[in-house]
Design a protein around this ligand. Structure first.
Ligand code: NAD
Length: 435
């Protein structure tokens, strides 16, 4: 068994998994892959690529519209740049921690390697609640983050993107803040992806992660010999990823029987009209007050009858506390780290097919890569081109992971991690080691 070393090697497997942090889960997944790769790569290399290169905690002190200077904690983590500049979104949440950001940066390293883009893994966090901020205060905080984290952000160092609590408007403000500080009308090269199309963004980026989830699910159904038409799905989280995945799955013939956001969870055996859900959210900002389906407790929704469960909210949602009760036969991880390693073991024993996050939600970073290359080459791609390249890449990588999982007799997560960590180790060794 891989023993690892130092602070990033804590063995957490014996702890109650409903208390497992995202970092403990990410490390446990890495240790399992490292264990398999010990015969192929030196331990030193595995040890080093398992550690974050840089973890920074930054204090923001913007003056908000109430006239007061308020302190906000922010974090930037560069996990590994063996394959290229670090890539990863900015999470704005009242509960995000430096360890969460470290876990998410680490997962980005594996995700970029697996989906085949020349990026390393990075991530940022801002401890603030976007739901309680006015648009102008949110912009002030995002601009403050950009000023204070500027030294970390560069097309050849770390390129942020949206994550939970941030979106394309925020990326536009980051681009503007950086251009302004450099004294240019625009920046050369891509400092940030997921921007509005009018500011050099790429058509289809906003939808890319959710569409990629739907492509992975339909390919899984095909590979497992199941029919999509009439199959049922529950989607947890109705933001960027979940709402787009729900719409795309409905368009592929799925009956969406349950959805939730942090305010409300609804279920209907007959199926929920996704267009009506989207219209409600666009009018009211959330699912709160929706009259479709019947209201159910949030935790219950995950355990209700369906063929496919798409956790697309936040980490640590599927734990030892509910893994036995989940009825879905396929879990498509739209969110990062939604399943703890102990829950993973239970689901695996029960024969549940899990499409792991580093594969399932990699469509976003793949299209971010297209945006990055479009901007660095001053080219333009159409939405049709973006969509067809996204679908092709998701299918190819799904099949590569599925083949590896069958050949090696391991789960999809183990196969995905094996392929990803192997790619990063190979790049690390090819670069050589500085004295
Ligand atoms: P978002 O902020 O747009 O949406 C999050 C949604 O989850 C909201 O509807 C929110 O109300 C809901 N939610 C939060 N806690 C919940 C809970 N306990 N139960 C039910 N719903 C809850 O965020 P997003 O961009 O859609 O990201 C969702 C997940 O997908 C995150 O884990 C993120 O890291 C991951 N992800 C996002 C992208 C991307 O391109 N946006 C790419 C890869 C992975």
């Amino acid at each position: 068994m891989w023993a690892g070393r130092g602070i990033f090697s804590a063995q957490t497997m014996g702890e109650p998994m409903n208390q497992t942090s995202m970092l403990e889960s990410a490390l446990a997944n890495f240790h399992r892959a490292a264990d398999r790769l010990q015969k192929e790569f030196p331990l030193d290399v595995l040890d080093i690529i398992g550690r974050p290169r840089e973890r920074s905690e930054i204090m923001l002190a913007p003056r908000l519209s109430n006239g007061r200077v308020c302190a906000f904690q922010a974090f930037v983590v560069h996990h590994c740049s063996a394959l290229g500049p670090c890539k990863g979104g900015i999470r704005m949440s009242p509960s995000v921690t430096l360890d969460d950001v470290t876990a998410l940066a680490m997962e980005m390293t594996w995700k970029c390697a697996l989906i085949g883009v020349p990026f390393g893994g990075g991530k940022s966090g801002i401890v603030a609640d976007p739901a309680t901020l006015s648009a102008i205060d949110k912009q002030t905080i995002v601009r403050s983050f950009t000023r204070n984290a500027h030294r970390h952000i560069h097309p050849l160092v770390y390129v942020p993107a949206p994550d939970m609590g941030t979106g394309e408007t925020d990326m536009g403000h980051i681009k503007d803040a950086i251009s302004f500080s450099l004294g240019y009308a625009a920046t050369q090269g891509s400092y940030v992806t997921g921007k509005p199309v009018i500011l050099g963004g790429i058509p289809g980026r906003r939808e890319a992660t959710g569409l990629g989830v739907a492509v992975a699910v339909t390919q899984a159904m095909k590979s497992l010999g199941r029919k999509t038409a009439g199959a049922t799905a529950i989607v947890q989280g109705f933001g960027n990823v979940g709402s787009v995945a729900a719409r795309a799955l409905a368009e592929s013939g799925f009956r969406i029987v349950g959805v939730s956001d942090q305010y409300q969870a609804v279920y209907s055996e007959a199926g929920l009209e996704v267009r009506a859900l989207l219209a409600h959210v666009s009018q009211h900002g959330s699912l709160q007050g929706i009259s479709l389906g019947r209201q159910v407790p949030h935790a219950t929704l995950l355990e209700m009858a369906c063929d496919v469960l798409v956790p697309a909210a936040t980490g640590g949602q599927i734990t030892v506390a509910n893994a036995d009760a989940i009825q879905a036969q396929i879990i498509a991880e739209g969110a990062n780290g939604p399943t703890t390693p102990a829950a993973d073991d239970i689901l695996q024993k029960r024969g549940v097919f899990i499409i792991p996050d580093i594969l399932c939600n990699a469509g976003g970073v793949f299209v971010s890569y297209l945006e990055y290359t479009q901007e660095t080459q001053a080219a333009q791609m159409t939405e049709g081109e973006v969509r067809s390249r996204l679908e092709q890449r998701m299918r190819e990588r799904f099949l590569a992971v599925h083949d590896a999982s069958r050949e090696r007799g391991v789960t999809m997560r183990e196969a995905a991690m094996y392929l990803a960590v192997k790619t990063v180790c190979t790049a690390f060794i090819a670069r050589g080691t500085l004295p």
